[in-house]
Design a protein around this ligand. Structure first.
Ligand code: F6R
Length: 612
């Protein structure tokens, strides 16, 4: 959470930083600010609200600076306000700092500083860190770089920081532990950001900074050191991302664009891996570790939110096809209990961003206990991908809408391919079923296109139900996690209270909610439980609830019970979640949109949850 951008070079820094902040706004949008090294010294401008509000407040101002730092905030310590917005300034006004992460021991550091006579203008942990660095710089060290190093050795928590010093206008000092930082290398200029999206249009050469590294960045020079002051050689990689991938391309929102991209993203995910003609699945990240996977005693899926839902679907698929016991864990719970991890256990960490703090820490804990870490990640070069022993990318491209859509279907696609490979290698699936599932997976992009054609119909349904106060989502088997995901999408985007349940569980409590105003969304494509879920729908109808049904095309029996139908093409029950989630994404999008909400930036959320 929080996006940070910085620039040093020959260009005007402000427009580069402003554009970068707009690209990073998905990481937080409570307030925004910039600090610029102008001829007169350091200037800091900050504003509560979105980056556009900061931009408006600066219209007409002459902002001439060749270096600067910027921040877009997701509040942790202190309410969203001008006062708590970053950058923060040191007591003498000469240093400015932006920070992403949490300083856990900020309270004790603050007490120390207060005893020394420091006062604070904000409620943030960031201002405490800055004044802690300032104090060390004034009394204990010869250089700012050294002061940062000393300070960070005392800091508990996660951070990326970038410091600007009035006395050295072209020099930025950055450091990372637990939150992401990428440095783009231009000709006589450097770009620093939380991810590559602010950098992509200037250079494709980047360095991903590792934990416990400090970067001293000047227009012509990038020096990387560890906290022990030893030099580290920067490892330059080429960005594999195009500018078009991070623009809206004519859609009203990124979320809608990303929903509509899914035929392509699923196709890209399958491309070069699944060969339907040959009946093969080749996965560079999996093949060398196939033995480990086939001999696994247990797989533990670690994830949060939507990625956790992908793990739940994978649990059903792996257990069915591979006969390997699977546990699906919320990373945030796993990390704080004392889980039993045995030799031969595999951790599959599923994450779009690859930066989710809880998932990272849970992985680290499991790694220390000897688990083998396998990452299923979308963002190339992200922390989770780097911490994993092995893994595979989902290739969904940048996902900017805060609510995850295309990354989810890419995760499902990858997890299904892995399960099919492992099952085939283990001999727990017969050739006929294996080839059938390969053909089914291969047909998914085309089937998603068919669903997207029902777009206008979904818009009308959304219009009819947008004023509902609550929604219930029910599914069974492979579609149960999709009921959870449908409910999550709706609450994120429309702020309507929504619950997902296994359909049969409804009788054990949630049925008390059913009355004529309650829309109940059934995820009920034809599968082994179909007759059972028809009975569940009848129970809702008997209590006058409204039934909205995601059903297989041609399912007249369910259609006759439903107030609204959301048909999807017929598919194998194991593959169906890749299809049934699409109308639910669209329903959530159109309801949010009909309510006039900012669906790309729902309140209180952030795309990349880098704090626990
Ligand atoms: C919901 C959503 C979140 C994320 C969760 C994990 O639409 O996007 O629930 O799925 O914060 O994030 P990643 O997958 O980046 O680890």
């Amino acid at each position: 959470m929080c996006g940070i951008v910085a620039y040093t070079g020959q260009r005007e820094a402000y427009p580069v930083i402003l554009k970068g902040l707009k690209r990073l706004e998905y990481r937080g949008y409570d307030s925004a600010g910039v600090a610029l090294s102008e001829g007169i010294g350091l200037s800091v401008y900050k504003k509560k609200g979105k980056v556009s509000q900061l931009e408006e407040s600066l219209i007409g101002k002459q902002l001439n600076a060749l270096s600067g730092i910027g921040h877009t905030r997701w509040a942790t310590h202190g309410e969203p306000s001008d006062r708590n917005a970053h950058p923060h300034r040191s007591s003498n006004g000469k240093l400015a700092l932006v920070h992403n992460g949490i300083i856990e021991n900020y309270a004790s550091l603050k007490r120390e500083l207060v005893n020394k006579g420091y006062s604070f203008e904000s409620d943030t942990d960031t201002e405490v860190l800055l004044k802690f660095i300032e104090d060390i710089f004034n009394h204990q060290s010869e250089s700012l770089e050294e002061a940062v190093r000393i300070a960070l050795r005392r800091v508990v928590g996660a951070y990326v920081i970038i410091l600007l010093n009035e006395d050295e206008p072209g020099t930025l000092i950055a450091a990372r532990k637990g939150s992401p930082l990428v440095i783009g290398i231009g000709k006589g200029e450097h770009f620093l950001a939380s991810d590559a999206s602010p950098i992509i249009e200037y250079t494709k050469e980047v360095v991903y900074i590792n934990d416990y590294e400090i970067a001293i960045v000047k227009p012509e020079e990038l020096i990387l050191k560890n906290l022990g002051n030893d030099k580290v050689t920067p490892f330059i990689t080429q960005l594999d991302m195009e500018l078009a991938a991070i623009e809206k391309g004519g859609y009203t929102h990124f979320m809608l664009k990303e929903i509509f991209e899914q035929p392509t993203t699923v196709f890209d995910c399958l491309r070069g891996r699944l060969d339907a003609k040959e009946g093969t699945i080749t996965m560079g990240g999996v093949d060398p570790h196939l033995d480990k996977l086939t001999n696994a005693n247990r797989i533990i899926m670690l994830a949060c939110g939507t990625s956790w839902h992908a793990g739940l679907v994978a649990e059903y698929v792996f257990e069915e096809l591979c006969r390997i016991p699977v546990e699906v864990e919320y990373a945030s719970e796993f990390r704080y209990r004392n889980p039993v991890i045995k030799e031969g256990d595999i951790i599959m960490a599923i994450s779009q961003s690859g930066e989710t703090a809880d998932t990272l820490v849970a992985m680290d804990m499991a790694k220390k206990q000897g688990a083998f870490l396998f990452g299923v990640v979308n963002v190339v070069g992200s922390s989770i991908s780097r911490m994993s022993h092995a893994g595979t990318y989902t290739h969904a491209g940048p996902e900017i809408g805060v609510a995850s859509t295309k990354a989810f279907t890419a995760q499902l696609t990858v997890l299904m391919m892995i399960a099919m490979k492992v099952a085939y290698a283990k001999g727990t699936i017969d050739q006929k079923r294996y080839l059938h599932l390969i053909r089914e997976l291969d047909s998914v992009p085309g089937k998603i296109e068919v669903i997207l054609e029902t777009n206008e119909q979904l818009k009308k349904i959304a219009e009819r139900y947008k004023d509902a106060r609550d929604f219930l989502y029910l599914g069974r088997g492979y579609n149960f996690p999709i009921a959870l995901e449908g409910a999550l999408k709706l609450k994120e985007i429309s702020y309507i209270h929504a619950e997902g349940y296994p359909a049969a569980e409804m009788k054990h409590g949630p049925i008390a909610l059913v009355e004529e105003k309650l829309p109940v969304v059934f995820v009920a494509t034809k599968d082994a439980y179909h007759d059972k879920i028809i009975s569940n729908a009848q129970e809702i109808k008997a209590r006058k609830g409204k039934v909205l049904a995601v059903i297989s095309e041609g399912d007249d029996a369910f259609a006759s019970l439903a107030d609204e139908t959301l048909p999807v093409p017929v598919a194998d029950e194991l593959i169906a979640p890749l299809l049934t989630v699409i109308p639910l994404q669209l329903l959530a999008y159109y309801i949010g949109n009909a309510k006039g909400l900012d669906v790309d930036k729902p309140r209180n959320l952030a795309k990349s949850v880098t704090v626990e």
